[in-house]
Structure formats: structure tokens, C-alpha cells
Design a protein. Structure first.
Length: 384
């Protein structure tokens, strides 16, 4: 839907990127979405094509094969992914916005040059393996171990709910290098899956939403990884590294939430202007107008808030509390607004052929991953 508002971080370069991304996605992605949702996997060649189009690692420096942009560039791409109908079903948020930045921030020069150009090209899909069957938001309770053995680490453990789990060629694994310690015993180790004997992928998990995203269980059985794949140079830095990156992850989730809110309202507005009931357009009923007025108002508030966060992130001073607020509020609103929008579709909103149904089920995960919204409230309350 049209807002008489332009994000303050937008510029001519970003407008060009938006138009380029929109044309590429309409041609290469949109015709394949139904198949990818059915397959529960975005095809590997789509990653390669996205890399060729410059849509991967847009905020990674050019010297490492990236686009040399900022989170504003990632935002434009994420918004266009939502507008084309794929949204969070394509794991670029994890790949470009999170994993690539772990490598950039904590990798040494050799690691950056070895992995980032291949990630930018789509040759190497990235995944982040934190969550375990018994440890989600409580990262200090991880049980996956990485034992030093000569020039290698030997990994043992299990991860679950891993986005890009089946496509991933590079997985940043959170593991205990000191099993007796809690936070200070965690390290991040990059596993290259092509040569990781003992590594295996479990089933592609069935989910109520995010059908096109390959979400997998991962198993590490005496997997030998070169010690040089440790991120940060020294053991025990993993927990701090994850905490430092989580504000960025939460902002990216909030960005996808706002894009989905705006798309849901746009689809619903178009529908109620065409659909008739009791001899008049559905939009002409006062309840419809009032509901959409509330949704549009909250969408505008969300947009202004997220733009403020993006500007702060571009300037390098987005704090963890504000990022937690953004994730908490926008994802709650995403769920509420898509529910309101689906209601205005009536029975058709419950039919899978209507995009609002996918937006509705996709919205639910946003309040869980990246730290549940209950954890967001805890983090915010600690700073009152």
C-alpha cells in the first residue's frame, strides 16, 4: 500500500538496487516459489543466480566479494523478497546478514578471503548452529563439544532448527571447548561440510510455516575440523561473539516483520475493494475501514521505528535494548495484523492459494527465533 513517506536512509543507489532486485526476483524467483514451498527447499541454483545478481552479502566489503553496502542494502533486498512472495522462506537473512558478518567480524584475513567471496557468489551457503534439543535461548547450556586433538578440534553433538541446514556448505557451530565452564567455555568453529567426515544432516523438519526454508537437524559424530577454523583466535569467546551479533540479527527480524506487515495490508486493501457482500464492497463496511485504519496506523509506527533503528545501525550505534524492543514490538504487531487481515478475507483467507494464509503462518515463528519475545522483555526490563 502507498504511504506518503520515504525512509530517510533511502538514496538513489538504494532505489536502483530495489528496482534491480525486483526485476530479478520477478523473473527468477516468483515462478518457482510454489515448487520450492512444496520441496521445502530453495534450489541451490537460485543461490548461485542471486549471487550473480549481487543480492548476497550486500553489506560485506567489496574486497571480500560483497556489495560494499550497509544494512540499508540488506533491508532493500529483504523487503523485495517479501514483496515477491518468498519472504523469510529464502534464508538470506541468516546467510548474508548473520553468518557472513560473523566471518567478517571474528574471522582472520585468511578465513575472510577463503569463505566470504564464495558466500557472496552463492557457491557456499551459510548456516548458524546454536540451538540444540535442550538449549535454545539458554545458550550457556549448550552440550555440543569441541575437544582439541593436535591440530584439529573433534566435534560431537546435535543441533536442531537450523535454517539453511540442508543447503549449507559452511556452518558456524557454537560448541563447548571447556565443558566445565558455562558462557566462558563456548567457542565458535566454522565447519566446511564438504570435507567433514562424521557430519550428517537429519530430516528436513516439517513446519507450519516457512515451508520453503530448509530447516534441519545436524549431527556431529567425531567430526574433525582444523583448529584454524576457530573464529576469534582464542577459545572461550563464542558467547560474547554471539551476544555482540544478536542485536543485528534481531534488527533483521524486525525488518522482515515490517515488510510483511506492509504487504499484508496491501493485499487485504486490494481484496476488500473488489469483494462484495450484501450488495456492496467489503471496504464500505465501517468495521472493515476501521480495522484497516488501525492496521495502517500501526504499520506506519512500525516503519518509522524500524527506520530509526536502521539509521542507528548504519551509524554503528544500535544498542541491544533498542534492537530487542524492535524485535519484540514489530513481530507482535506482525502476528496481530496478519490475523486481522486474514479475518477480512473471510473463508478465502484460510485457503492456501491466497497469500495472506502463508503470511499468517509465517508470522508465528518471528516471535520465537532470534530469542523469544519473552527473552526480549527480560532484556529490556533489566535496563529499566
Amino acid at each position: 500500500m502507498s504511504f506518503s513517506y520515504t525512509s530517510p536512509w533511502m538514496n538513489e543507489e538504494l532505489h536502483i538496487l530495489r528496482e534491480s532486485a525486483r526485476k530479478f526476483l520477478a523473473k527468477e524467483f516468483t515462478p518457482n516459489i510454489e515448487k520450492w514451498l512444496s520441496d521445502k527447499l530453495v534450489a541451490k541454483d537460485a543461490w548461485l543466480k542471486a549471487g550473480q545478481a549481487g543480492l548476497l552479502c550486500a553489506s560485506i566489503p567489496e574486497e571480500y566479494g560483497g556489495g560494499g553496502g550497509t544494512i540499508a542494502h540488506e533491508t532493500v533486498i529483504l523487503e523485495e523478497l517479501e514483496n515477491c512472495g518468498l519472504g523469510i522462506n529464502f534464508g538470506n537473512t541468516i546467510h548474508s546478514g548473520i553468518v557472513a558478518h560473523y566471518i567478517l567480524a571474528y574471522g582472520n584475513e585468511e578465513q575472510r578471503k577463503r569463505w566470504l567471496p564464495r558466500m557472496a557468489a552463492g557457491e557456499l551457503v551459510g548456516a548458524l548452529a546454536m540451538t540444540e534439543p535442550g538449549a535454545g535461548s539458554d545458550l550457556q547450556s549448550l552440550r555440543t563439544s569441541a575437544r582439541k586433538n593436535g591440530s584439529d578440534y573433534v566435534l560431537n553433538g546435535q543441533k536442531t532448527f537450523i535454517t539453511n541446514g540442508h543447503n549449507a556448505g559452511l556452518i558456524v557451530v557454537a560448541a563447548k571447548t571447556d565443558p566445565k565452564a558455562r558462557a566462558k567455555g563456548i567457542s565458535l568453529i566454522a565447519v566446511e561440510t564438504e570435507c567433514a567426515e562424521g557430519f550428517r544432516r537429519g530430516r528436513n523438519l516439517e513446519k507450519i510455516g516457512m515451508k520453503g526454508s530448509d530447516t534441519a537437524e545436524l549431527f556431529f559424530d567425531d567430526v574433525k575440523v582444523p583448529a584454524e577454523n576457530l573464529l576469534g583466535g582464542d577459545e572461550g569467546q563464542g558467547f560474547a561473539q554471539m551476544m555482540n551479533q544478536l542485536p543485528n540479527e534481531r534488527l533483521l527480524i524486525a525488518i522482515t516483520a515490517v515488510a510483511a506487515i506492509e504487504r499484508a495490508i496491501e493485499h487485504t486493501s486490494a481484496y476488500v475493494k473488489e469483494r462484495e457482500a450484501f450488495g456492496k464492497k467489503v471496504i464500505e463496511f465501517q468495521n472493515t475501514g476501521f480495522k484497516l485504519a488501525e492496521c495502517k496506523t500501526e504499520a506506519m509506527i512500525a516503519r518509522v521505528f524500524i527506520d530509526y533503528c536502521i539509521q542507528r545501525a548504519v551509524e554503528g550505534d544500535l544498542d541491544a535494548v533498542t534492537a530487542s524492543m524492535a524485535k519484540l514490538w514489530t513481530t507482535d504487531k506482525q502476528s496481530q495484523i496478519t490475523d486481522e487481515c486474514l479475518q477480512l478475507f473471510g473463508g478465502y483467507g484460510y485457503m492456501a492459494e491466497y497469500p495472506i494464509s502463508q503470511m499468517y503462518v509465517d508470522s508465528r515463528i518471528q516471535r520465537i527465533y532470534g530469542g523469544s519475545n519473552e527473552i526480549m522483555k527480560l532484556l529490556i526490563s533489566r535496563n529499566l
